[in-house]
Design a protein. Structure first.
Length: 334
């Protein structure tokens, strides 16, 4: 009853079905490496704003094949060579084993989404489906969590048939304590991955993407006691001279808002970063609504006119009573 009350109060039907004019992205992401390193944009995203009248674009009510789904979260976008938009995300059902799996939706324009199906399910809770393409193959690194079994390895999956069939390739990292949301990128001809526990941040690296047992950074944890920015909250963006990383703020509430940090030095022995701006990059607006109380992931894609972003949000007012399982997915521009 409490969950339904939260949905009734905060999950309003979008006020408009008049979607913005889409940007033609045909051929923009036709490379073997998607996204590219460095990204094809003059400047990083800023001034994130929800697209008016259409959000949320995917909710638990859209899921048709995972029981009575409670929420959807952790959105990652992908654009094919033909300009087709894909969305991978966590679907969560509290009274189910496993509680979460990875699902998929599609769109012609990045605004109007059609739910497809669950595309990856194991005997563990899966979330954070980090999707990318490298040398012509599609890969996914979901976050694995099995509370009873201890820390889960970070497993790399390769698509046998994109977007619906995924096969495990290698366990890249086997942490000694629970660490989450492994986010990979290329920097100075080397693979890097960052992940955290909400307080401390860790880094690993490898010369080969599919190599098992990536090397831990010499200074791990590379950041200590920083609950406002020690767990990844989206895909890092690599520019010519720096990396822009997004972290979720867990200081007061799990995944309350997103901070952007510029990684200014990254080698096997050194790590330096600094916050970009004086406040959060993406923050909940308050009041009532699907994103009124928390936002803990953003995935920006440059489309030539600006940044098209998938964002997840959770309710604010009354969440202590209504519960945390109200995440939904919307589209922002930056």
């Amino acid at each position: 009853m409490a969950w339904h009350a939260g949905e009734w109060l905060h999950m309003r039907t979008p006020s408009s079905q008049h979607y913005p004019d889409p940007v033609d992205v045909t051929g923009r992401y036709d490379r073997e490496t998607v996204p590219s390193y460095p990204v094809d944009a003059d400047s990083p995203p800023s001034n994130f704003e929800a697209v008016s009248g259409i959000n949320p674009v995917v909710t638990a009510a859209d899921v048709t094949d995972f029981g009575r789904t409670d929420c959807v979260a952790d959105p990652f976008l992908f654009i094919t060579e033909t300009g087709r938009w894909h969305l991978f995300f966590e679907v969560y059902t509290h009274n189910r084993t496993p509680t979460a799996a990875i699902a998929h939706a599609e769109s012609d324009d990045g605004y109007d989404w059609t739910y497809d199906r669950v595309v990856l399910e194991t005997d563990e809770h899966l979330s954070y489906p980090y999707v990318f393409r490298w040398e012509g193959d599609h890969y996914m690194i979901p976050d694995r969590w099995a509370k009873e079994l201890g820390p889960a390895p970070v497993t790399l999956y390769r698509a046998e048939s994109f977007p619906e069939t995924w096969t495990p390739v290698a366990d890249l990292v086997t942490p000694e304590t629970p660490l989450h949301d492994f986010s990979v990128f290329r920097w100075e001809d080397r693979w890097w991955g960052i992940l955290g526990d909400g307080t401390d941040l860790y880094a690993y690296y490898s010369d080969d993407l599919e190599s098992p047992a990536w090397t831990p950074h010499e200074a791990n944890p590379i950041v200590e006691d920083r609950p406002k920015a020690a767990r990844p909250g989206g895909r890092p963006l690599v520019f010519e001279d720096r990396i822009l990383a997004f972290y979720q703020d867990c200081a007061n509430r799990y995944g309350e808002q997103i901070h952007a940090y510029e990684i200014t030095e990254l080698t096997p022995t050194n790590y330096e970063d600094r916050q970009r701006g004086d406040g959060p990059a993406v923050a909940p607006p308050g009041g009532l609504g699907w994103n009124s109380g928390a936002i803990h992931q953003v995935d920006p894609w440059f489309d030539g006119d600006g940044w098209h972003c998938a964002v997840d949000g959770n309710l604010g007012l009354g969440y202590q009573v209504f519960g945390e399982h109200h995440w939904a997915i919307g589209i922002y521009r930056a």
